[in-house]
Ligand binder design. Structure first.
Ligand SMILES: Cc1cc2nc3c(=O)[nH]c(=O)nc-3n(C[C@H](O)[C@H](O)[C@H](O)COP(=O)(O)O)c2cc1C
Length: 325
């Protein structure tokens, strides 16, 4: 039985589950699999690479998918938006930066504008840009973000959106890795969830098998929010943003010693790139969030979607029974 919400209605999907546009991990095959299972897959455009985007839209075939970008990086390669819109995406998600310059083209192309936010001030920016869907991302999330926790952030964003733009809707992200999280998000007033970490460890994701295996074995306690992987890759994020990743030897060596890392960055960058090229994850990053520990197997994405929905339905039924009679 479908879990119908305003999100499923607005996007014409069966289940209120969006695949997070994880840069270089959420390719066309994964996005297509999530869509085929009744959610909506978003290709992870990340920092933006024209060739990669073409390949991954092709890999999605005829499935209806969307695409997401890191907004401050898209601002440096704005031509990638037109390239993306030419594929007729169902939605474009913008995160981490001012969405306003890109919103008119997205809406004119008939794609839904999704903005991922980390603070209430970001909500105001997203609504000013005309966002139809606001993803409230808590710091439990894998990948980049800020400091607010999902549980109190989501209802506060829901209240803000209700007051200022009741036609818009909120989706919860950060730490949601099973049906209990989906049910909880709906109870917080969200219309659905955006899931990254759980789909990283899916059969269709572009992550290396060894990275998926490490994620399956880890718990949320083994993750860390840090900037050391950005520093060593030579990527400058806006102030305050860090990335949540699996803690590894590299993070243990340099987290808290960022100034020393900056001083040694040339040597460390070469060493890092060599490790990343061969999938040596004692050094190379595995971005992922506290949802690690909520799953113990790499599964096809469709099974993940169906499992989350079935579990959410039984959690919601069990909740209703508590007050029945
Ligand atoms: C490996 C990885 C890469 C990510 N890359 C991006 C990205 O390029 N753009 C983006 O908007 N969000 C990115 N995110 C964050 C997701 O959009 C989302 O907020 C997060 O995955 C939700 O939390 P969860 O990982 O606990 O499900 C990434 C997350 C992960 C795990």
């Amino acid at each position: 039985m479908p879990l119908a919400t305003r999100l499923t209605e607005a996007l014409g999907i069966r289940h209120p589950i969006l695949l997070a546009p994880m840069g270089s991990i959420a390719g066309g095959r994964l996005a297509a699999a999530v869509t085929a299972a009744g959610g909506l897959g978003l290709i992870g455009g990340g920092y933006g690479d024209a060739e990669w985007l073409e390949r991954e839209f092709a890999a999605a075939g005829n499935h209806r998918v969307g695409c997401g970008f890191i907004t401050w990086s898209l601002a440096r390669r704005p031509e990638l938006l037109a390239q993306t819109l030419a594929h007729g995406p169902a939605a474009v998600m913008l995160s981490f930066g001012d969405p306003k310059p890109f919103a008119p083209a997205i809406k004119a192309a008939g794609a839904k504008l999704i903005c991922q936010v980390q603070t209430l001030a970001h909500v105001d920016d997203a609504l000013a840009a005309g966002a139809e869907i606001i993803v409230a991302q808590g710091s439990e999330a894998g990948g980049h973000g800020l400091t607010r926790a999902t549980l109190p952030l989501v209802p506060q964003v829901v209240d803000r959106v209700r007051q200022r733009a009741p036609e818009a809707m909120v989706v919860a992200a950060g730490g949601i890795g099973d049906g209990r999280g989906l049910a909880a998000a709906l109870m917080l007033g969200a219309e659905g969830v955006l899931v990254g970490t759980r789909f990283y460890a899916s059969e269709e994701s572009l992550a290396r098998p060894r990275a998926k295996a490490q994620m399956v074995e880890a718990t949320g306690e083994e993750t860390i929010r840090t900037s050391v992987f950005d520093t060593v890759r030579g990527i400058t994020w806006p102030k305050g943003f860090t990335g949540r990743a699996l803690n590894n030897e590299f993070a243990q060596r340099w987290h808290g010693a960022e100034a020393d890392l900056s001083g040694a960055v040339e040597r460390e960058m070469a060493r890092y790139q060599a490790a990343a090229a061969v999938g040596d994850f004692a050094t190379a990053v595995i971005f992922g969030g506290e949802a690690m520990g909520l799953f113990d197997r790499v599964l096809p994405a469709g099974e993940i979607v169906n499992g989350m929905v079935a579990e959410a339905e039984s959690a919601l039924r069990a909740g209703a029974e508590r007050i029945a009679g």
